[in-house]
Design a protein around this ligand. Sequence first.
Ligand code: ZN
Ligand code: ZN
Ligand code: FE
Length: 764
Amino acid sequence: MVRMAEGAGPTGLEIRLHGLVQGVGFRPTVWRLASRLGLTGSVENCGEGVRIRAFGSSEALARFRAELLAALPPLARIARIEEQPLYEEAVPQEFRIEPSASGTLAPFVLPDLATCPECRREVFSPGRRRYLYPFTSCTRCGPRFSIVHRLPYDRERTSLAAFAPCPACLGEYRNPVDRRFHAQTIACPECGPKVWLVPEGTKNFSPLARAVELLHQGKILAVKGLGGFQLLADATCEETVTALRQRKRRPHKPLALMARDLKIVHRYCVINSEEEQALSSPAAPIVLLAAKDQSLPQAIAPGLDLLGFVLPYTPLHHLLLAEFETPLVFTSGNASGDPLCADNSEAVERLSAIADGFLVHDYAIVHPCDDSVVRFMAGEMRVLRRGRGMAPAPIPLPPGFEESQGILALGGELKSSFALIAQGQLVLSQYLGDLEQVASFARYQKELRAYLELFAFTPRCLAVDLHPEYLSTKLGRQWAEERGIKLVAVQHHHAHLGAVLAEHGHPRDGGPVLGVILDGLGYGADGAFWGGELLYGDYRSYRRLAHLKFTPLLGGTKAMREPWRNLAAQLWQAKIPLAAFPPLAAKPLALVRKLLESGLGSPLTSSCGRLFDAVAAAVGVCFESQTYEGQAAAELESLAWRSDDEKAYSLAIVPGDPWQLDPAAMWPKLLTDLERGVPKETIARRFHLGLARAWSELISHLARKLDCATVALSGGVFQNRLLLEAMTDALIRLELSVWISVRVPMNDGGLAVGQAVIAAAQEG
Ligand code: ZN
Ligand code: ZN
Ligand code: FE
């Protein structure tokens, strides 16, 4: 670089933008602006984001800088901007989009984007080059994260590298006024990926037409989508839905639905404008909606008044759905518990017992992602599962974490995910399933390695759950030992709290807040299983101020699957004779009493999830068993919404250190209601309201005592909208601020976020 003599002004300006700037049409936008202002220079993707070097008059440069941020493509997110004047004498003659440079990598990769309206119009316009072409995309839409091998994000480092653009596509790629100017996923029927059917149909049919025909005939179709395979079937046909459930070995867990457009969703559900917006957003998640119409088969979502809807998010889905006036079942392409299939031969092998046909394509899905799931609760759209369309967009960290880096958090065991902190940014992986499934644990480890490579990330510090038996904990321990790096074990509910603090921008040294964490089970600092906790803490430490009274987990892990066990334990604890509750009489009560009294194989738990199970069992919901996590609680919530009763069962608030909430007091009332024939809907509601009231009273007292005005709510139990809203309303009436996760799942899918920030805060 040639430095001008003292006093001479700069000839140009270098701007480096960090954030989600690759794969959003950023370079073309910069090119257009620079060209309009008569600037020369270059724009390129580099590892850290985008680097612009612009040369011209000082007025033109000033306008460029001023207009740049206003001209950004809508999907771009800027985390940081660095500027420096340039003093080069030999300025370029034109403004160019340069091939990407390498350099240090920043943790920014755009999630996959649902088909934009322009591309959709094109696909349905006869005569256009991409008429009916299922892989139409542009700078505003299409696959991103799911196809990336390496950064910077350019076609040659994606799985589309195998498809060389044809002259027509290249023309668009090089045309500054085209929507596909520098679109890395550019493709057309001439040069791009193709779709075909396995087994092949008759020659007279296009694969898509044949696929539609199969669906109309009630067949189950495996379709390779954006993040992996989904199973599609006619949702209006009871027989088909039942067959799908049997073949998938998924008796009750609700099935998601895909509908052609919002009009169809409105037919079946009550939708507010936020829900509409979420359905139509580029992330295109599955949105859980209140069902209003019972015309779909019960088998879609047995026992629930909720339906999960998603709109078509690739041209392939749009083309299939165009032929249906009613919803299709749209569920992950796997056998129960296995990870999502993403590879053609793997899918044909593993799904052949489920699907009657396969609609596949010929580009590789590098990072399989399940569909994301959101629910509108307590005034906000909340992410319950973070997958396709959302991961791995970075989550900005609060003040104090700017210098944090090199931290890798391995998450929990159920609904696993991991998180890394690099350059003051946090990246949370997509949902990776339950690690106790061998295949899911393999997928989790594969993605973990892929992330480390993608972001050129070397962990300096590992954060894991305190539970010694979680596979993620064991993996972390092994890595820490092999690599000689630091290991931080974070208590489960403290991690839930940390995740909320981080997302709400609570500064690293912001001081303690109250946190009510209600979930299934988490390993406690005392070795017991916690799950109904009131913590007071920050990133560095916490105190356990209160918890639900410990109750035996009758038969250990069996109690997770068999709600009646929790009912027996609760009644025993409340000193109510077990035989007094007729449905329990069929159980081996002598043995049960022995286990409860001795604690044999029945460790103590303060789990709120198990309390829900007990109440569900009492009203006859999932008494014998539940086949997916949270089934009893979800069905109990649906029942409670059908009642508008305003009474609440009371739980005893027992002072101490820690304080306790004792449900024993509510059981005699509840059993009397049952005996008197009070509808189970009413009983379910009184329980929800009672629980919310008891916690709120306790919080009210402790918040005043501690002079703390903020309460965080988290844990899987709060995916229950009735409970969450009842508590939020009560706390707001007490003039407390309530913090609840929005983008980070409040279930164990968000644990890694809390672990990561807690490990980061404990450093230095
Ligand atoms: Zn598009
Ligand atoms: Zn082409
Ligand atoms: Fe949890």
